[in-house]
Design a protein. Structure first.
Ligand SMILES: *Cc1c(COP(=O)(O)O)cnc(C)c1O
Length: 433
């Protein structure tokens, strides 16, 4: 028997996160005040975030140590995670390429998002914060933050986009199991929510609206901070544990990946998986190529504009320089809820602009066909978001076959799809368009 998995022991788990900021092709443009359009001082973020996270947001250190308590929590969340070979998929495709996938689906919350939620809950707890407010679209981020708050003794208030609140009862209940308060957004708890409900009592909500509500709640509540699951630099930083582990795993294999592939919503799992390798690439130490995959109907990186835009719908957040479809963009209701965001992280956006990262986009149906192929060969049912990366990896493996090249393809398996079976039902019943 030959192993299809590269594992690391807990002792081998990386002890620091990689910060790409000092290695970027150009300095990252500062966030701007939404009113004055002037650059924002880091201390202006203090009503929203604890000091430690603000320091990480603007840090110019290449590495930031991971606190022991966070490493301990990572272990509970199944870190280090295996790098696994998809040999059955390779056989089906008759490709000479090797396909690897990094198992972020093994977290008890079901996705990579615990890598940052655990760190964020820890730093808030250390600074004496009692509660965190956040938004969630499809529910993965809300689940990850609920788990983390519960672990570090914080209260958690989640504003969940009304459409998913109604359609995804199991995500909602998972958050409640971990002790979170879950409110459908728009809600009656905030001025912004009340205003929208007055215009339309059946408002389906959106991620941008839920962000506005969580921020309003934070500012109006005592000893409460806000928490964001993607886009910001400190979130990308925490996710780099994925890529650092992957790097050690490729060293054990004595191989170098030709391609690293990840799906992009706000960009955090992609950044976490690729940034340690991107750092090497920028120093000309590797030839690896980076492929960012998004849905055709939310094409921020492939068809958006590179400009300053708000992170939310109400225009309350600072302006960020990024690829964006416009903060009032209303994405169609695809099953990959985590990819329905109008922008993308400023770090990932800059790397796309400099052509270090190549973006591609696929249609929902071809993405589900890829997901089915993966589930049938490897036995794991992928999240619809993750399936975008699978589709891209399969295309690369087919190209390798055409050119008869033994390419090494690695994708980030950002999460499982066990709570997304509604999407699979639609696909299997032939009702997906
Ligand atoms: C949230 C989520 C995504 C998208 O968010 P990123 O910040 O772009 O990583 C992708 N996959 C899964 C499984 C998710 O839960």
């Amino acid at each position: 028997m030959k192993s299809i998995r590269v594992t690391l022991t807990p002792e081998e788990m990386p002890r620091k996160w990689y910060n790409i900021l000092p290695d970027l092709p150009e300095p990252l443009a500062p966030p701007l005040n939404p009113g004055t359009k002037e650059p924002i001082k880091p201390s202006d973020f203090e009503p929203l975030f604890p000091k430690a996270l603000i320091a990480q947001e603007v840090s110019s250190d290449n590495y930031i140590p991971i606190p022991d308590e966070v490493l301990q929590a990572y272990m509970i969340a199944n870190r280090p995670s295996p790098l696994q070979r998809a040999e059955n998929l390779e056989k089906l495709l008759k490709t000479p390429a090797k396909i690897y996938f990094k198992r972020e689906d093994l977290s008890p919350a079901g996705s990579h998002k615990t890598n940052t939620s655990l760190a964020q809950a820890y730093y808030n707890m250390k600074e004496g914060i009692e509660a965190l407010a956040t938004e969630t679209g499809a529910g993965q981020w809300g689940t990850a933050l609920s788990l983390a708050c519960n672990m570090f003794g914080l209260k958690c208030k989640v504003f969940m986009v009304r459409a998913s609140y109604d359609q995804k009862p199991y995500r909602r209940e998972m958050m409640r199991v971990y002790g979170a308060e879950v409110h459908p957004s728009p809600s009656t708890l905030t001025d912004f929510g009340n205003k929208l409900l007055k215009e339309n009592p059946k408002h389906p909500g959106s991620l941008g609206i839920a962000i506005s509500e969580a921020m309003e709640t934070t500012v109006k509540s005592k000893n409460t901070k806000y928490s964001l699951g993607s886009v910001l630099n400190h979130v990308m930083l925490h996710q780099t544990i994925i890529g650092e582990e992957t790097m050690l795993q490729f060293k054990k294999l004595d191989e170098q990946p030709d391609y690293l592939v990840g799906c992009v919503g706000g960009g955090s799992n992609f950044a976490g998986f690729t940034f340690p390798f991107v750092g090497e690439k920028l120093k000309k130490k590797t030839k690896t190529e980076f492929i960012a995959v998004e849905p055709k109907v939310v094409p921020s990186l492939t068809a958006g504009r590179y400009e300053y835009d708000f992170g939310d719908t109400a225009g309350m957040t600072p302006l960020l320089l990024m690829y964006t479809l416009g903060h009032d963009f209303v994405p169609s209701p695809i099953h990959a809820g985590g990819l329905r965001y109008h922008g993308a992280a400023p770090t990932v956006s800059q790397l796309v602009k400099h052509k270090v990262v190549k973006p591609v986009a696929y249609e929902q149906k071809e993405v589900f066909e890829a997901a089915m192929m993966f589930a049938k060969t490897e036995g794991i049912i992928p999240a619809p978001e993750t399936s975008h990366a699978i589709k891209a990896a399969i295309e690369l493996a087919k190209e390798a076959k055409k050119n008869n090249e033994e390419k090494i393809i690695a994708m980030n398996f950002s999460g499982h799809g066990l709570l997304d079976l509604g999407g699979y039902q639609q696909f299997l019943d032939g009702k997906m368009v």
